[in-house]
Design a protein around this ligand. Structure first.
Ligand code: SF4
Ligand code: SF4
Length: 507
């Protein structure tokens, strides 16, 4: 059984309690913190403080203070604070086929694996030799008829009454391999989408590219009003894992292409081009941010290496290459400045937003949460999105996945030139089987309300599956101490992460 409150301390030694039943964080006088800890497991609390306990406190506190805070503690207990056990969350929520169709109708991001070919051979590539969980790269291009079949199928959902996200843009995202190696498909899909009759939404285009061929297609990308994410890890040395097949550096070429884009299309470069930089052992968050700010006046998006799907025999190599984002920021001399600049993309500040929403009884995720007591709401275990609610990913082999970030073994359907094969009932069953593996662990996990775990980043076939982010009370007390300390030292971030704040959507 979970305890109902967690105590935590900031660096200034201020004490706080997170009351899980009340969804409130209390600032505690040290005596209140003492009483709360002392009587944590007691079934009943004596109306008068035991003489021995009072005597032990007299060295530090006068008897008037001790009596006052003991009465205050009793009053809070009477009002339901500091109760012995938490009302456990109900993780019995299940996915049903109708929810999946609803998700498809309101889906706003379709990702196409345009080709599995690439003109670079980055050492840490998610589709390279470090990882086992992708399809074999066979120099294949996506068949345009297959991509059109999918879009035609989705059009039916987008135009249906189930689509309640009227007027929101839908993003068609071109992904690879290197998508610019198959630009004819991109062109064909742009024309197809421009002619696709949609009643409620407009389709816009996005692309993730290594930037090697950018110069060649820049004009068309600007004309197509694309959002571009260009991958570059910093200066020549930082970028040294991103090489051509014979080991030659790709840095100068990509940096020159970015500079050309800025010279020819300054507005497009400013508003539509973002940088993805992978963090590894040859760069650091501080150095990468410094490089892109000085060279391109941009703050990059910093991505960590994916720890899921690593081949057992390459694990050591992965660990040598890996660098932790939080640690890299913490090690920087300008740590505060970096945290502020990268605020919405850092895992610990993202966690802060979730923590605040879940720990403030005046914040509600939606009307359902506002109307019901949190304890009676059914929840899904983990923080995995509903299938196809966020994204639909189509691979060159016609596999349909809920996301491009996850292993290809989690395909949920197929698309051929003629039809889309999706069995909503079977998908719901699959999700429910996978989620069931977590529900027991989640029920006993103190991290359950601030959970950011996507189930696909574990081995779902493992019968002994254990969540690596599960927390006991002590571990969560440390996480709680981190959050309150961060808020004490950075009070201005409240306004950024609470609902309606600048970074609320990302946090
Ligand atoms: S990473 Fe997981 S939770 Fe996030 S979009 Fe992909 S499938 Fe959904
Ligand atoms: S961290 Fe893991 S065990 Fe805890 S709630 Fe999230 S998925 Fe469940």
């Amino acid at each position: 059984m979970q305890q109902s409150f967690i105590t935590g301390y900031s660096r200034k030694n201020n004490a706080y309690a997170l009351d899980l039943n009340k969804r409130q964080v209390l600032f505690l006088h040290p005596l209140l913190a003492f009483f709360a800890e002392r009587f944590k497991t007691a079934g009943s609390i004596p109306p008068q403080l035991p003489a021995a306990t009072e005597a032990s406190l007299r060295n530090t506190w006068c008897s008037g203070e001790i009596a006052y805070y003991y009465q205050k503690f009793l009053l809070l207990k009477e009002s339901g604070y500091f109760s012995a056990s938490a009302q456990g969350a109900d993780f019995s929520q299940t996915v049903d086929p109708e929810q999946i169709e609803q998700g498809l109708a309101n889906n706003r991001r379709v990702v196409l694996e345009v080709t599995d070919r690439c003109n670079l051979q980055c050492a840490y590539c998610g589709y390279g030799e470090l990882y086992w969980d992708h399809d074999i790269r066979e120099n294949k291009n996506l068949n345009p008829a297959t991509a059109k079949t999918l879009l035609h199928f989705l059009q039916g959902y987008w135009n249906s009454a189930a689509n309640v996200s009227d007027m929101e843009d839908i993003y068609l995202s071109f992904y690879g391999g290197e998508p610019l190696l198959n630009f004819s498909l991109i062109r064909e899909m742009m024309h197809y989408c421009q002619a696709l009759p949609l009643k409620k939404n407009r389709i816009r285009f996005m692309m993730t590219t290594n930037g090697v061929l950018l110069k060649q297609y820049l004009e068309e990308l600007v004309a197509g009003d694309f959002y571009l994410s260009v991958s570059l890890d910093g200066n020549q040395e930082h970028n040294s894992y991103r090489t051509f097949s014979r080991g030659a550096s790709s840095h100068a070429l990509v940096a020159d292409n970015l500079k050309l884009c800025r010279r020819k299309y300054p507005g497009f470069f400013r508003d539509r081009v973002s940088i993805n930089a992978v963090l590894h052992n040859r760069n650091s968050v501080a150095a990468v941010v410094e490089y892109f700010k000085s060279e391109f006046d941009k703050v990059p998006r910093i991505l960590g290496l994916n720890p899921a799907g690593i081949r057992q025999e390459r694990r050591e190599e992965f660990l040598r290459t890996y660098q932790n984002l939080h640690e890299s920021v913490a090690a920087a001399s300008n740590c505060r400045e970096l945290e502020s600049e990268l605020f919405s993309q850092l895992p610990h500040t993202q966690g802060l937003g979730i923590f605040l929403r879940e720990s403030c009884d005046f914040c509600h995720q939606d009307y359902m949460q506002a109307a019901c007591e949190p304890s009676v709401q059914k929840r899904f275990p983990t923080a995995t999105c509903l299938p196809f609610a966020h994204k639909v990913f189509l691979t060159v082999n016609g596999k349909l996945l809920p996301c491009e970030k996850i292993g290809f073994q989690y395909g949920l359907g197929r698309v051929t030139k003629e039809k889309v094969q999706l069995d909503f009932r079977a998908i719901a069953q699959k999700y429910n089987d996978w989620l069931a593996k977590f529900s027991r662990q989640c029920a006993g996990c103190y991290n359950q309300k601030t959970c950011g775990k996507c189930m696909f980043f574990t081995d779902l076939e493992d019968k002994q599956l254990k969540c690596d982010e599960w927390m006991n009370a002590g571990e969560y007390s440390r996480a709680f101490s981190f959050f309150i300390n961060y808020l004490e030292e950075n009070p201005q971030v409240y306004g950024r992460v609470l609902p309606g704040g600048k970074d609320a959507a990302n946090a």
